[in-house]
Design a binder for this molecule. Sequence first.
Ligand SMILES: Cc1ncc(COP(=O)(O)O)c(C=O)c1O
Length: 382
Amino acid sequence: MINYGKQFLDQEDFKSVLNSLKSEKITQGSKINIFENSLKKKLKCKYAVSVSSGTAALHLIAKSLGWKKNDLILISSITFVASSSVALHLGAKVDFVDVNYEDGNISIDSLIDKINFYKKKKKKIKTVVVTDYGGLPADWDQLYKLKKKLNFSIISDNCHSFGGKYKNQINYQTKYSDAAALSFHPVKHITTGEGGAVITNDNKIASKCNLLRSHGILRKKNFSPWIYKIKEPGFNYRMSDINAALGISQLKKINKFVRRRKEIAQIYNSFFSKIDICKIPYFPTNKEHSYHLYPLLIDFKKIHISKKTFFKKLRKKKINLQVHYIPIYKLDIFKNKRVNFKKLKNSELFFKNEVSLPIFYELKNKDVRNICHQIKNLITYK
Ligand SMILES: Cc1ncc(COP(=O)(O)O)c(C=O)c1O
């Protein structure tokens, strides 16, 4: 079965993990520092705090920004549920912002509408969470201008866009947001098994995340060796050295991972751009897509089979597509929780039409071409 995403591991990865298993410390050892330094170097940011998942990274950033009961958090409706769940855990109120139909990213117009709506209600926006959907950077210049003007914080949910660039800058996430969350789940650009990181240029956020990922335990050189303080309850969100060892060897391959994703996307682009009921992922020249996903939009209204049948038929051919995502406000956890419920037009249409095609380093060109033809046969058959 060909799934939409998959890790790639080689001898270098096996060796790196094996060595870490043989070292004295398999957690809280030296690999964490090495991995964090490599992340900082690659993403050109001041601080990197490795953690046990992308969700943990989002939770720690939210805690560092001081999210609390009844704070208003705006999140784009087409993203993974993790940031919204964090808001619910902290008692914050979530409202959802529509996306652009053509790229799945947060719509600046919809965000401005929300800002004006809450301005009239005299309700302050605490944070906007922005996902670079599928690996395409959002409209960061405009987001940054709004942030400065209205004084809200921005979390970059950067779990899709490792290796993406905005205006040729790889460090755009930490430049325009307060902090960014990364995920190293196996379907992502690089993997540590499970894992994530907070990256930021803000010393206070980095220190707080660092403290809270390890129970809030504070030790100082002038304390007796067995003494520590805890001023705020924390978590165990640490990444182990075994995972970090995998991260170190994976990160060395990031350029070739992104390059291969772009090659695959190119094949899909040239094939599906010729089919008028399909819309290939949009990207303007000032952004570099890193293709965590290849989201193809198919006008299912214009074809003879339902999306469900389309999926089932492809599964029979051993091609397992996905959909990213169900608009978050449709999930049960948000029933009665949304402050301003209204269906979001583009999100609804995006959800109806989007299918994520397989894209990962090891996917062969012949498999890509087979996926193209199988899809074409299904959607153009009369
Ligand atoms: C946009 C987004 N945010 C957050 C997460 C959570 O990351 P993790 O699975 O590492 O907790 C994911 C993972 O799929 C994601 O895609």
